[in-house]
Design a protein around this ligand. Sequence first.
Ligand SMILES: Cc1ncc(COP(=O)(O)O)c(C=O)c1O
Length: 407
Amino acid sequence: MKRYPVTKPYFTQKEKELIADSLDSGWVAQGPKVTEFEKIIARHEGIAEGVATTSCTTALHLSMAAQGLTAGMDAIVPAFTFVATANSVTVTGATPVLADIHRETFNINVDALKDIVETKYKQKDGKLFNKETGNELWGFVPVHEFGLCCDIIKINELAEEYKLKIIEDAACALGAKIGNIHQGAFGNTSCVSFHPRKSITTGEGGMILTDDVVLAKRMRELRTHGSTVSADARDKRGGFLLPEFNEAGYNYRMTDVQGAMGIAQAEKLDFVIEQKRRSVGVYNQLISEKLPELIPPLEPDGFFHTYQSYVCMLDEKKFGFDSVKEGGKYRNRLLQKLEDVGIATRQGTHAVHMLGYYRNKFGYTPEDYINAYACDHLSITLPLYVGMTEEDQEYIVTAVRKTIDEM
Ligand SMILES: Cc1ncc(COP(=O)(O)O)c(C=O)c1O
């Protein structure tokens, strides 16, 4: 039986060659390869600075910490996202406040965001304070879910109106754009992931992108224990440089072995996105012909979706589910049956308010964020990766059709 993973990375000989270079040079911790990788990715996104990290989660945490998010503050995050978005806020000591999303795009609903800002907070001395907890509202961490930019232009207007900060969680969205505006153009920082489920990978890895040169320098220091001197800088000088440690920092350094892999992968980024977009066109056509009960992902006019994942929704009305909960049970049975015939699928991502830690801490109920809850229960991610053929896609869609017919 042929097996279809939900995704797989795309490698050529180049990754092996550059990793071998790194091994041969003896420089395997952070060094020149990471610096080069940072420059390539920043240039690709049209942003001044790239600060590589060990993951997108650490990129988020580092950029939050560097921009003053701490205990006694709130940051608003979408209710439908990978738990890392909310967790990064939590580990700074701050509180993530959830906002519901649009089912059509899986992205944060700007009206819901505005409503939270205007009803949950009161203004004092030019700042916003939570009416219940007294926490200061620090800003927003909107997500470009699955590779589609959220409505970052409107979010930016709201942030400017209230003098709030934005960190774009672009874990899935390297290369994504609205018109000619790329992800990362509005946030104070934007954080991308190089986990193998993303368009390009370094095994684990992430990067903070920013046009703020001073902030980038500070984040580089915090990435290295708060040291004022990087190993690369010390090496370039050709001697010892005694660092100062003026702040308590972290070790969030990407290794040069990963940097080498990243350089080889970065060359493939546009190709990977283009190949996935081609396969998405094939899926959209097949689904409209054979699976009308599935709602394919939306790419609104003017948006350039990079399709980290191909996430569809089971159409509640066409399936005639009594409730979202029942629909979720059906969806899970469907995922299992597809797994049994060699097709790996997943739910899109999570309704954060239903995840144990957040549900218990804040006493959330499903209805608190109904769209996030529905997307958690009714979404299905189909396999998508470079190298899929139209025959593979035809096989997958036919198998989903057959499975649904037999259920
Ligand atoms: C929206 C979002 N944010 C953050 C992350 C965390 O990325 P990483 O695995 O690189 O830490 C992910 C990972 O899938 C994600 O989807």
